[in-house]
Design a protein around this ligand. Sequence first.
Ligand SMILES: [Zn+2]
Length: 98
Amino acid sequence: MKPTCPSCQNKINSTDIINTNKKGIFIEKQCPSCLEWFGLNKTLEVLKTAGISLLLITSLLNIFSIKSEYSSIFSTVGFAEIFIAMLITFFSKHEEIK
Ligand SMILES: [Zn+2]
């Protein structure tokens, strides 16, 4: 999926992005046409990272059969987290960085 620049509304090829700026878990990108910086909504980015971390933890608990009496709960939580992370990845909008 091509991101749309929130400033000039151009579709941007990820290969055209020359400048990126990593700030912790947040990645800012520079639009090649208007040179504005943009990035994913920070709240969504945090949610996504939290979801993936949680998924990792629940998977590890399942693999090592820790608290195996809860394994179906872990699987359900893990599945929900994949779903949320996917939704965020596909539908989140980029916004300008002021
Ligand atoms: Zn732009």
